[in-house]
Write a protein that binds this ligand. Structure first.
Ligand code: NIG
Ligand code: FE
Length: 417
């Protein structure tokens, strides 16, 4: 199977030598080739370059059946990597949306039995098949919006059985879509109502029952904890991460969304792959992230939807840190997996340059979900997950035209969908 995309107006995010991530002032640089071609063989990117240097494939052995797409006027991007979602869930929560409009805070809604516990109840009542069907609709939607890899968390189960049910659904999605999927076990997302006042016992359940069973079925790549004010403490997070790591799950956690929670520090202490949300980041947190292997990941959709303060992304980049962006797709705080819109929010609300936003939603978010060796850029040998835009004037036009669908064709694992 060979696919040749020719006459590409601009081939975006090209790497001769793949990098681990892009950090600091480098984030403003985006490597592109104008008037380019891209050759895909089987599932992988095999070659690319300027049209004037394109080999004469017609005359080469083995090139009798090359499918060709003429991309005149159109750009090719590597697919987005969405490194933080909760897209397996049962039922939407627009009632809370109106409560929020009326002025209730996230914590107030959670205290009234809304929030995560509301989703946990519905998760309990849903069958695996129902959850799978609903999640697959979201999967098809994000594919059409340019996402090529997605991390999905558990965390709406909050009982041994229901957490396993969620993770089995994620496993089934993994096996049945061309998207690259990573899964995170987030048993410590909220304390269930039955454990109110006995939070320590719930943490024990996560450590002693859930983690071993999740590991026995090999259901999770990563271990996550909502380490924040009103949710799980640093000490509890420390214990849970330790237990997860003993079972081979690297930490990748929710931190500093609601306060200077110490979540970043405990994440870095255990070499988390990423620490996510980061509305509350000061000098100490930045210092801690420097020289770590942990990707600071910002979720502009959640901050937008909950009307929160913005993470100090510029301070992190000025300090030389990389930054990744993800959607946080979930029914409570970010009911959208539209990564192009996430770029627009990053540009408008966080003053990120369009080039920085592209780096943050491709290479850096690929790192944040552990797929940077196979995805996140146009590089020889990487999986051919790319999208072709409609005719657009520039890279900047992508986040600028924030409400327009600018994606014309999606290619996943070398197959045009
Ligand atoms: O990432 N911050 C914690 N958890 C989710 C919210 C989930 C929900 O409200 O259902 C988040 O925003
Ligand atoms: Fe989240």
């Amino acid at each position: 199977m060979k696919l040749l995309i020719s006459n590409i107006k601009t081939l975006v995010q090209v790497e001769e030598t793949p990098r681990k991530w892009v950090a600091g002032t480098d984030m403003a640089n985006l490597n592109c080739i104008d008037d380019a071609y891209l050759l895909i063989e089987d599932e992988k990117i095999s070659d690319f370059g300027k049209m004037e240097d394109m080999p004469n494939y017609d005359e080469m052995d083995g090139f009798d059946h090359v499918e060709e797409i003429d991309a005149t006027g159109r750009m090719v991007f590597p697919s987005f990597c969405d490194s933080h979602t909760h897209l397996v869930y049962a039922g939407s929560r627009e009632i809370e949306y109106t409560d929020k409009i009326k002025g209730l805070s996230y914590e107030e809604i959670a205290k009234r039995g809304g929030g995560i516990l509301n989703s946990a109840k519905r998760m309990h009542d849903a069958t695996e098949d129902e959850l799978y069907e609903a999640a697959m609709e979201r999967i098809h939607e994000i594919i059409s919006m340019g996402t090529g890899a997605v991390e999905i968390k558990s965390g709406y189960g909050l009982t041994v059985e229901d957490e396993l049910k969620m993770l089995r659904v994620i496993k089934r999605i993994k096996e049945t879509t061309p998207l690259t999927i990573k899964s995170s076990f987030l048993g410590a997302h909220a304390v269930p109502a039955e454990y109110r006042g006995r939070q320590g016992e719930y943490v024990d359940l996560v450590i002693n029952e859930m983690i071993p069973q999740v590991a026995a079925e090999d259901l999770a790549d990563y271990i996550d904890v909502f380490c924040d004010e009103g949710f799980f403490t640093v000490e509890e997070t420390d214990r849970i991460l330790n237990a997860g790591m003993k079972h081979g799950m690297r930490p990748k956690i929710h931190a500093n969304e609601l306060d200077y929670s110490g979540g970043i520090q405990v994440g870095v202490k255990y070499n988390a792959l990423s620490v996510d949300h980061l509305e509350f980041v000061g000098e100490e947190e930045i210092k801690c992230l420097k020289d770590s292997e942990t990707m600071p990941t910002v979720l502009p959709g959640a901050a937008f939807f909950l009307n929160m303060v913005c993470s100090p992304v510029r301070d992190m980049m000025n300090a030389g840190l990389p930054v990744a962006l993800a959607s946080d797709f979930n029914p409570g705080s970010s009911p959208s997996g539209n990564m192009k819109f996430i770029m627009s929010l990053a540009c408008i609300n966080y003053k990120m340059l369009p080039q920085e936003a592209v780096n943050a939603t491709t290479i850096n978010s690929a790192y944040a979900m552990g797929v940077q060796e196979e995805l996140g850029s146009i590089a020889r040998g990487k999986i051919a997950n790319v999208f072709i835009t409609k005719e657009i004037p520039s890279v900047e036009f992508m986040p600028y035209a924030y409400g327009s669908n600018l994606i014309d064709a999606v290619i996943l694992r070398g197959q045009r969908l």
